[in-house]
Design a protein around this ligand. Structure first.
Ligand SMILES: Cc1ncc(COP(=O)(O)O)c(C=O)c1O
Length: 362
């Protein structure tokens, strides 16, 4: 079976490194949406909770409820507007995001009498995805402050370009966010928790408010090269491996896989590996990537299939049941493969499919 081995010691190491660059008093809201970027939200959140992480960020109601079911007793925030399942979320003391009047209306209509609603208001300072621009958010904050059944617990924004070398866009976002905070203060509205920084936002100490919201850095990857000097020794948490299910000798000129595109340049040995694009290994990596077998790098040859891919192992000794490593800390890394496939490590990691077993190692 293909396996994603999740190194919990590496996860803890990355958390420690992140904490070392935070301003004193700033805490971590660990982003565990999309099944903790493919690493398994329950076990990852529990491991982080045991290291003192008190907040977790998810994208959907189902993700929040699954964390509670897994035994996560820490605070959880759903970072998208919620239009259904409001009562079930409030029952589990999950904090909700308010992005506009509609999300507030859904909250008020679905809240059961007596349920306390803790909300975080998102301000759109430039991401252009969710939330109202400062003036609208200030009006909404005032309305929330006057609504007795709702506690305005947090105010946040999200950066669009913090992973770029040019800091000007993020600085403009920060200025807008600061203005919103000052305006709320002027109006006598106090919000206990403020947050803005994703992993790349850690580069901006003034964005380390009460909480920061790192995702990718916890899993050992950088949003872009700009964060490498700040966090030089992150450790990739996931190692993806899969078993060899078939071995054969091929003659020079013989083709392998769909389209008969790849032909053996000389007599060689081909190993068929039980992992394909339906498991999240990008089809774009056919004839491009390498895998590791017994420590050596071997090329993926021919097109990647739905359930298998083929590797030219050359003169290496290989047997059915041997495991190849598709990516991991020894390389290739998820980032290198993502680049070859024209995507980002986030997409590669979050797409590792359900047929891949997650195993947790210390
Ligand atoms: C609102 C929000 N905050 C934080 C993050 C974490 O971002 P990163 O994984 O780049 O640290 C994300 C992820 O996309 C997000 O959508």
């Amino acid at each position: 079976m293909p396996t994603a081995a999740i190194d919990l010691a590496a996860l803890r190491h990355n958390l420690t490194r992140l904490r070392q660059v935070l301003r004193p008093g700033t805490a971590v809201m660990a982003m565990v949406k999309a099944d903790a970027y493919g690493h398994g939200a329950g076990p990852v959140a529990l491991a982080l909770m045991h290291c003192g992480v008190t907040w977790f960020g998810v994208a959907t109601p189902a993700e929040a409820l699954a964390l509670r079911a897994a035994g996560v007793s820490a605070d959880i925030l759903v970072l998208m507007p919620v239009y259904r399942d409001v009562a079930a979320l409030l029952e589990q003391e999950i904090a909700l995001t308010i992005t506009d009047d509609l999300s507030l209306t859904a909250l008020r209509e679905q809240r059961r009498p007596g349920q306390r609603a803790r909300v975080h208001l998102e301000v759109d300072t430039g991401m252009g995805r969710l939330g109202l621009p400062p003036e609208g958010a200030e009006r909404l904050a005032e309305q929330l402050a006057r609504t007795s059944e709702v506690t305005l617990e947090g105010l946040f924004t999200h950066f669009a370009c913090a992973d770029e070398a040019d800091r000007s866009f993020t600085e403009r976002q920060m200025a807008r966010f600061q203005q919103t905070l000052s305006e709320l203060k002027r109006r006598g509205i106090t919000v206990p928790l403020t947050h803005a920084a994703n992993s790349a936002g850690l580069l901006y100490p003034e964005a380390h408010f009460d909480l920061v919201r790192p995702g990718i850095a916890l899993y050992g990857y950088h949003p872009s090269p700009v964060t490498k000097p700040l966090l030089p020794d992150l450790k990739p948490v996931m190692t993806l491996s899969a078993p060899v299910v078939f071995v054969k000798r091929v003659k020079a000129g013989q083709s392998v896989s769909y389209g008969a595109e790849w032909r053996a340049p000389s007599d060689t040995t081909i190993a068929t590996v039980r992992l394909g694009y339906a498991d999240g290994y990008p089809r774009a990596l056919g004839n491009r990537a390498q895998v590791r077998l017994h420590g050596a790098l071997c090329p993926v040859v021919g097109r990647v299939c739905m359930d298998q891919l083929m590797v030219d192992v050359g003169a290496l000794e290989v047997n059915i049941g041997d495991h190849v490593t598709l990516f991991g800390p020894e390389g290739p890394t998820a980032e290198e493969l993502a680049q070859l496939a024209g995507t980002i490590s986030y997409e590669l990691l979050t797409r590792i499919g359900e047929r891949v077993e997650r195993s947790y190692v210390e």
